[in-house]
Design a binder for this molecule. Structure first.
Ligand SMILES: Nc1ncnc2c1ncn2[C@@H]1O[C@H](COP(=O)(O)OP(=O)(O)OP(=O)(O)O)[C@@H](O)[C@H]1O
Length: 282
């Protein structure tokens, strides 16, 4: 029998598979009632894949992301990232995060902003600086390298935030509605650039979105969630060819996936979860 050693990544951990089993998270509210943000969630995310999490407001998408990122803990259940607890994965620099807002430092130009985490990191581990200029060019920010954030549009600032996060080459990239504040055209352009960066860095991406078309365009797999209690109601594999160009959005195959995701979301609303012993809010 041959035993193959796990593939070692930049962080030194094994492949960035994410495994969430029986995850439960309840919040106590101001009136002492309890809100079940995650109820028995099971999700396995394969190394190198692009997974979107979609569902209506309050269904627990961000909670799930925060738990995978080690920013919150579970009441029950288990989560591992690259074979270890999320906090260990974060300490090993295996995790990257892109929030909804770009949060760039206003007094640094774009190049200094995107290289800052890598420079800080390097003081600790002397790893070579990533080629950020190349990634900025790839993200369409070649002309903005020496501009201040205030001189750029919201879309360009968000692109810089994405480059900053990918520049550290995390094994796992967590993205919480990074395009939600952008107009449709900017959003589509950024989706294309995000797919390029993902292709180049091979990170495992978990992407929270409200947009059905965005989820279909980007993902290998879509996790559909429903609220009260926050739970996974469906997992849809998206079997569309890559690269996923803008032209793909207009094809019948693409529309069929959009319809399927919409149907599953609708079904979750029409068939609410009411187990005899547990309500979404108790
Ligand atoms: N710290 C907290 N204390 C109390 N309730 C919380 C807390 N964090 C989240 N919640 C509640 O848990 C539920 C799930 O929240 P979460 O932010 O994960 O939902 P979401 O699906 O990401 O929503 P949205 O799409 O609006 O961002 C919501 O009802 C939210 O109000």
């Amino acid at each position: 029998m041959t035993i193959t050693a796990p593939h070692k990544l930049g962080s030194g951990l094994r492949e960035p598979e994410i495994v969430v089993t029986g995850a439960r998270r309840t919040y106590e509210l101001a009136d002492y009632s309890h809100l079940v943000a995650l109820h028995d969630v099971d999700v396995t995310i394969e190394a190198g894949s692009f997974t979107s999490v979609i569902g209506p407001s309050g269904c627990g998408k961000s909670t799930l992301l925060r738990i995978i990122g080690g920013l919150e803990t579970l009441d029950e259940g288990d989560v591992t990232v690259c074979g270890v607890a999320p906090r260990e994965a974060a300490a090993a620099k295996a995790l990257g995060l892109v929030p909804q807002k770009p949060a760039l430092l206003p007094w640094l130009d774009i190049f200094k902003n995107v290289t800052l985490p890598a420079r800080v990191n390097r003081r600790h581990n002397r790893s070579p600086l990533p080629d950020m200029e190349h990634l900025l060019q790839k993200a369409g920010l070649g002309d903005a390298i020496h501009k201040l954030p205030s001189q750029l549009s919201g879309g360009m600032q968000q692109r810089a935030a994405i480059v900053r996060a990918f520049g550290l080459r995390p094994d796992v990239m967590l993205m919480d509605e990074p395009f939600s504040a952008l107009d449709e055209f900017t959003r589509e352009a950024l989706q294309e650039q995000l797919l390029d960066l993902w292709d180049e860095t091979k990170s495992t991406v978990v992407f929270v979105t409200h947009s059905i078309s965005e989820a279909v365009r980007l993902s290998d797999r879509i996790v559909v969630m429903a609220p009260r209690p926050g739970r996974v109601v469906d997992i849809i594999d998206v079997d569309l060819p890559r690269p996923r160009s803008a032209a793909l959005i207009k094809t019948p195959a693409f529309h069929a996936y959009e319809d399927l995701v919409r149907e599953r979301l609708q079904a979750a609303f029409e068939k609410p979860h009411h187990p005899a012993t547990e309500k979404g809010r108790v």
